[in-house]
Design a protein around this ligand. Structure first.
Ligand SMILES: [Zn+2]
Length: 488
């Protein structure tokens, strides 16, 4: 009781904190996909941008391609490496656009095989970036729109805390979120930038920034994401489009340099960017942050928490047949975490309060087809809870099928029934002697898109590329979706 009272007091405090905070702020995470390893002029572009930002006291995040890091080393560009290393370093795949890109090779793989394959192909580049820049990458984002859910499984293994990019494959109300336990800024409404064509472009971008800043401050503060590529300042065409378009994969000896901007076009591009950043800098309530800083202000307060019997009851009461995340004051819970906590409490593995140490992944396979009504008894249901608790410990994910003796049901149906049982037991009553389980739905699955051609519009994909099975796998990982709550 004491614990729940103090939790209540904390909740009240947190609940009133935003209104009491006199100064809401806007954080701007400024990031650069640093990827062009073909056009040497893009090395100088990265140097110029990094140096200028350092002089402005703005710390950006440079997501670097493994091959770009190695090429800088081979070309002896210690100056570029040192200038970039003054900023935060992220990771942007090993070869970016050399075929096959991640979505392609992941599209035919399941969860475990996909995680292992992404690690096989991409981890060496991550390690090169780490070695060459002397920093462990703070984030990852995909080449083009080459997204896949298994990437998040690999990121958890590599301990990369943030997914930072822009795309539409997965999103939660277009705000910062958690997916697979990874802090994710991806389908982010407030992703801004200026075109690089001069004053007119900059004015338009400034107006948009003012509008977004006003809206975010009114909401109590928030995050803006701004991205560029250093190569944009010097090329007239992306380096990869010139070589790997529509599935093409020429040998290195045949790689062509992309068309370059004229000196005047390049000057205007730099000036547009500098003017835009200078404009943003002048607001006292706007602060540039790195990926790691953004991750820290959105730290997952559910992890490491000990949930009291009262917490567990409130969580069970929030479960309906449409399964989704829950928000309780300063923390949010993804469906996989809700299932873990409720199951753990019924299985009695942690009688003094249940601790959540990580976000369990979603199921790796589709759920079995189940009857409209499945009946079971108290003994079987309790034994199943013990089995599911063991499954979580062994596989660290939601089971694809929950076995009531010889009958398999979906984890959604199990969670809906489990919540009712936990409420009954929480009232001091025994597990009901007879139980009926009916199908339930993972509502959050709609936050991962169905496969459609728009997802794969990147010029590097073969035009007929589709990934229906991979997007379904991504929807099963919607068990892990919840909002990322920002603390000022
Ligand atoms: Zn890129």
């Amino acid at each position: 009781m004491f614990r729940s009272l103090s939790a209540f007091a904390l909740l009240l405090f947190v609940g009133t904190a935003p209104a009491a905070d006199p100064k809401p702020t806007v954080s701007v995470v400024l990031w650069f996909d640093t990827e062009d390893y073909i056009l040497p002029a893009s090395d100088d572009a990265a140097l110029r941008v990094a140096d200028w930002l350092t002089k402005q006291d703005v710390r950006a995040t440079f997501k670097i391609v493994g091959e770009k890091a190695r090429v800088l080393e081979k070309r002896g560009r210690k100056d570029v490496i040192a200038a970039l290393a003054k900023h935060e370093i992220g990771y942007h795949s090993n070869f970016h656009s050399v075929q096959p890109t991640p979505a392609m090779y992941l599209s035919a793989l399941g969860w475990d095989e996909g995680v292992a394959e992404f690690t096989r192909r991409e981890k060496p580049g991550h390690d090169d970036v780490k070695r060459i820049f002397g920093q462990t990458p703070s984030c990852y984002g995909q080449p083009g729109s080459s997204w896949g859910p298994q990437v998040y499984g690999a990121m958890r293994e590599w301990k990369t805390p943030m997914y930072l990019d822009y795309g539409r494959h997965v999103g939660l109300d277009r705000k910062p979120m958690y997916y697979c336990g990874v802090f994710t800024v991806y389908d982010h409404e407030n992703t801004l930038r200026t075109d690089l064509g001069g004053e007119k472009d900059v004015r338009k971008a400034q107006d948009r920034f003012v509008e977004v800043r006003r809206k975010l401050l009114a909401e109590g503060g928030g995050l803006v994401s701004i991205y560029y590529h250093p190569c944009e300042f010097v090329h007239d065409q992306f380096w990869d489009g010139a070589n790997f378009e529509k599935g093409a994969n020429p040998p290195r000896a045949e790689w062509k340099k992309p068309r370059a901007k004229t000196e005047e076009e390049s000057r205007v591009a730099y000036q547009s960017f500098f003017d835009y950043i200078t404009f943003i800098k002048r607001f006292a309530d706007v602060k540039f942050v790195t990926a790691r800083e953004a991750t820290a202000t959105h730290r997952d307060m559910a992890l490491g928490r000990s949930f009291t019997p009262a917490d567990i009851k409130a969580i069970a009461a929030g479960v309906t047949k449409g399964i989704d995340f829950q928000r309780h004051g300063e923390y949010a819970l993804a469906p996989s975490e809700i299932l873990f906590l409720l199951n753990e409490s019924l299985a009695g593995k942690q009688p003094k309060g249940v601790t959540l140490s990580e976000t369990p992944f979603g199921p790796s396979k589709a759920a079995p087809a189940m009857k409209q009504v499945v009946t079971t008894d108290a003994s079987q249901f309790t034994r199943t809870a013990v089995d599911v608790a063991d499954y979580f410990r062994t596989h660290r994910r939601v089971p694809s099928a929950v076995w009531l003796g010889s009958e398999a049901i979906s984890p959604e149906a199990y969670l809906a029934a489990l919540a009712k049982v936990v409420l009954t037991v929480g009232d001091g009553k025994p597990v009901p002697e007879s139980l009926e389980l009916t199908p339930a739905k993972l509502l959050s699955a709609k936050r991962v898109q169905d496969d459609n051609p728009k997802l794969w519009g990147w010029v590097i994909f073969p035009t007929d590329f589709r990934a229906p099975a991979m997007m379904e796998l991504g929807q099963r990982q919607a068990w892990t979706i919840k909002p990322a709550i920002r603390r000022p």
